[in-house]
Design a protein around this ligand. Structure first.
Ligand SMILES: Cc1ncc(COP(=O)(O)O)c(C=O)c1O
Length: 382
């Protein structure tokens, strides 16, 4: 139904059934014009380009993102090329001279997980990871853990990258200690699974980006910083000086707005693409709720086809899901081993079916460029 938005990518991959859009989403055609616009603006503004970007493009992107998440403070959104920058900036705003206690889950993406694994080699970093499975008791176990110690950082995904299960972040925030930064990794839910941040906007940090369901391609991640935040990240760049600084004595000054989390020079072409996509979706009436409903229909059809197919590995018995009505935009099947999984991924690829995997977990992603015929064909190719 929305294939017309992706004509160029579809034309460039005529023999592919692309079911890895949870990982690398096709870009809508509109992003090509946006990319060219970046070039044209660079030629037009030359040295004044940054002025144009910070006074026109950044506020545009901030407003579009704030609209999606129902945030009342669009100016509290700051940009960087990837989420890892923000993750490390958040970690570096903690007091590393004291014991640092971090509470998280065993299902966070590598940008955070690898970093805290490395930091936990240092003597005063303590990291506790709550297993997401079994999921029916996850929230209760996480709540108990929040009460069990004085945490310095709490970090949790809204949709877990290795299962697609959805965390009730609003519930967890309610019970979180008020003096501890609470960070939501929303990369697998932004523009996919509806989330109203308004009731918790004074409390949470939220990080996400353009590469997945926002469909702007790599290079434009963002962090929402709750307005009362006054942090001094150790890892800081000169963009932080674009705002008014507050400093005591000779210490390095920091802005009081979201730019306290800014880094430095980046390629803003991804922001142009992100703006173009979000504007296009808004004009087409493609709200997150509508997109979510369409993808759920696709997932439902896929599972029904799968039931008819009787595959020994890719079947409902191996499906990781808690509530398919409230699930991310990919389906995950837990296979007997990593080897069996990557072998199947390769086999499917040779048949023109593109998926991806994480260890023994095989993932099929669903997008607006799939119709029922694609889903039927995909199942036959498994
Ligand atoms: C949950 C989650 N967070 C973040 C990222 C991206 O991290 P980065 O921007 O550091 O590459 C991914 C990418 O797959 C992800 O799945």
């Amino acid at each position: 139904m929305y294939k017309h938005l992706y004509k160029r990518f579809i034309k460039a991959n005529p023999s592919h059934h692309h079911f890895a859009c949870h990982s690398h989403h096709y870009w809508p055609d509109i992003t090509r014009d946006a990319q060219l616009q970046y070039w044209d603006d660079t030629a037009k503004f030359v040295d004044d380009k940054w002025e144009h970007i910070f006074s026109v493009k950044v506020p545009q992107a901030q407003h579009l993102i704030a609209e999606v998440l129902n945030l009342g403070y669009p100016e509290q959104i700051v940009f960087a090329p990837n989420t890892h920058e923000f993750v490390f900036r958040l970690l570096s705003s903690l007091d590393w001279n004291q014991k640092v206690r971090i509470l998280t889950t065993d299902s966070e993406f590598y940008s955070f997980d690898r970093q805290i694994n490395r930091l936990s080699e240092l003597p005063h970093f303590e990291v506790v990871k709550i297993p997401t499975l079994p999921f029916d008791t996850f929230h209760e176990r996480f709540e108990q853990a929040m009460e069990s110690a004085d945490w310095n950082l709490i970090f949790v995904s809204h949709v877990f990258f290795n299962s697609g299960m959805v965390c009730d972040v609003e519930r967890l925030v309610k019970d979180a200690p008020s003096n501890c930064p609470f960070v939501i990794d929303g990369y697998h839910s932004f523009m996919a699974v509806p989330l109203n941040l308004n009731p918790i906007q004074d409390r949470v940090f939220y990080v996400a980006g353009s590469y997945k369901y926002a469909q702007g391609g790599e290079g434009c991640c963002f962090l929402y910083v709750p307005p009362s935040t006054r942090h001094r990240p150790l890892y800081t760049g000169w963009f932080a000086e674009l705002s008014k600084l507050s400093a005591i004595g000779d210490e390095v000054g920091y802005p009081t707005d979201a730019l306290q989390y800014a880094g430095s020079t980046m390629d803003f072409s991804a922001m142009y693409r992100l703006i173009a996509t979000l504007e296009k979706f808004r004009d087409e009436g493609l709200t997150v709720t509508k997109i979510h409903t369409l993808i759920q229909q696709n997932q439902h059809q896929f599972l029904a086809e799968l039931d008819r197919h009787h595959h020994p590995l890719v079947n409902r018995a191996n499906l990781l899901a808690f509530d398919l009505k409230n699930h991310g935009h990919f389906l995950t099947f837990n296979l007997p081993s990593s080897e069996a999984t990557s072998e199947l991924v390769q086999k499917m690829k040779t048949r023109g079916l593109v998926t991806d995997s994480r260890g023994s977990r095989l993932r099929f992603g669903f997008g607006l460029y799939h119709d029922f015929a694609d889903i039927k064909d995909a199942v036959v190719k498994i």
